[in-house]
Design a protein around this ligand. Structure first.
Ligand code: SF4
Length: 235
């Protein structure tokens, strides 16, 4: 997995951002909401040597982990970012957003029905997000889609929207003041995925996880392994 952070800085888009890992009230970067390009902006086109890319061929490239690809402040930069993505068809670029409604802004003219090397994820942390973001997400020309139900804040009815999505992930909130994630909510999403024939990944429990009537306070380092041990993933 390679990382590409073309810009940094962000601010809340919805309820799921309340305890943002980067800009929430208990985070080191709290208040640093100015959006600016990073020194890595051109990374996909940079080389280590005359023959070798910094990002090797075949890499899965995670993008924008401390920002959002579709921020309005990045509208002009995003044109260049799309251009770099187009020039690296040998890599798969993974983009996760809470602002899917801004997807059409700054879309390249040759986008067509989507670039094959882009895996685009839409975050839906609550039912309101499912009802508003998911229909938009499915209406856009995107070749590879995934849905991230995180931080999972309530039980979700995904409805008939799962066709056209290749994978759904679910995860709890990580924070000192994390809101509780319930095991039954995770099972419900998993069941909807099973019925629709869609892959499911239980990513992490979050800091406060309610299972079988017991509220578990889970250290961030153990949240992924605890989720994995429940063996809920579906291929
Ligand atoms: S969109 Fe992501 S990075 Fe931006 S504030 Fe919300 S959770 Fe944080």
């Amino acid at each position: 997995m390679s990382m590409w952070e073309p810009w940094t800085g962000c601010y809340p888009a919805s309820d799921g951002c309340k305890y943002c890992y980067y800009y929430g009230p208990y985070s080191k970067r709290y208040g640093q909401n100015t959006v600016c390009k990073t020194a890595d902006f051109m990374k996909p086109l940079e080389k280590k040597t005359a023959e070798k890319w910094k990002i090797p061929p075949g890499a899965m490239v995670a993008t924008c982990f401390s920002t959002d690809f579709f921020l309005p402040e990045a509208d002009e930069w995003r044109r260049e970012a799309w251009s770099m993505i187009r020039q690296r068809p040998d890599c798969q670029f993974q983009i996760l957003t809470k602002r899917i409604e801004r997807f059409p802004v700054s879309l390249p003219e040759d986008w067509g029905d989507g670039y094959d090397n882009v895996l685009l994820g839409c975050t839906c942390e609550n039912q309101e997000a499912v009802d508003t973001r998911l229909p938009l997400f499915l209406s856009y020309p995107i070749k590879h889609r995934f849905l991230a139900c995180a931080p999972l804040l309530e039980d979700l009815e995904l409805g008939p929207c799962l066709s056209g999505i290749s994978m759904v992930s679910a995860g709890g909130e990580t924070s000192r003041e994390a809101r509780v994630c319930q095991y039954e909510w995770v099972l419900h999403i998993r069941e909807q995925c099973r019925k629709a024939g869609v892959s499911f990944w239980f990513k992490n429990t979050g800091s406060r996880f309610l299972k079988d009537g017991v509220l578990h306070k889970v250290n961030p380092r153990l949240q992924h392994s605890m989720a994995r041990e429940m063996e809920l993933n579906l291929e």
